[in-house]
Design a protein around this ligand. Sequence first.
Ligand SMILES: [Zn+2]
Length: 320
Amino acid sequence: MPEAQQYYIGIDVGGTSVKLGLFDASGELLARESVPTPSLACAEGYAAVVGGIERLMGSQRQPMLFVRGIGLAIPCPVPASGVITVAANIEIDAPALMAALQDRCSGAAIRYVNDANAAAMGELWRGSARGHRSMVMVTIGTGLGGGVVVNGDVVDGAFGAGGEIGHMCVNPAEERICGCGRRGCLEQYASATGVVSNYLRACGRAGVEPVELAGPSDSRSVFDAARSGDAAALAAIDTTVDYLSLGLQIVSAVVDPEVYVIGGGASAGADLFLDALRERFAARAFPASSKCAIEVAELGNDAGIFGAAYVALRAVQREA
Ligand SMILES: [Zn+2]
């Protein structure tokens, strides 16, 4: 099929909306759509997603026949087998949704991908890891997500837990319990929630009142305090950098990526921690890996649709 007749759909299934992007084979975003997240376990829900694809193709006056690949980024583990067994935070019947999409787009390769892994693939395709073959995405949001790419493909893992760098234990002595039920996970120190919790602890140690916070993951207020010289906020960021550099040098010993890409909401504080993170990583890493670059993500909230589309394109390339 000529390249001009190949279109790829990237779908990012979130808790409140399903975002869809239409791409050509070179990764140009041609059009986008968004629908409120329906139940993806019934005919109406499947029709809402199919309708979004129809509008995207219609916007370019292209037939559905030219949809060559569809990638769906979803917030739950996706094992390499593609068989999703763990229930997500969203209502989804993955095989039935795939069948409904295949029914309308018979010539398309359809793939599921975990949302953090999709973000990694998006940054690899058209973001700050462009041109690289290996990278690790570090998504610092409410939690700490990760995506590991080796030789151009994401490492899903046998059980769908590939790239779960937020749940590497970096402090076995921790008493507080992580969301996963274990203790001392990297996410407990190096997520937006971790920044806030580091800050509250630093305030407690110093015996000072914390600044007003909008919630348990309001890292923005901590970053603002740090920019005005607040000692506890600076100490909190130092703790984040300390654990994050510890985590990344472990990742480097296993994957040895060309670049780390820092994304997620808390990457808005990168001006406060990026230089320190680069320095401390370089000092801690195994010497051969110490030159690994650490960059800030470029695609923001669009990383998921880019990456989902790219996963589908890679599947088509492999089949060819
Ligand atoms: Zn954990």
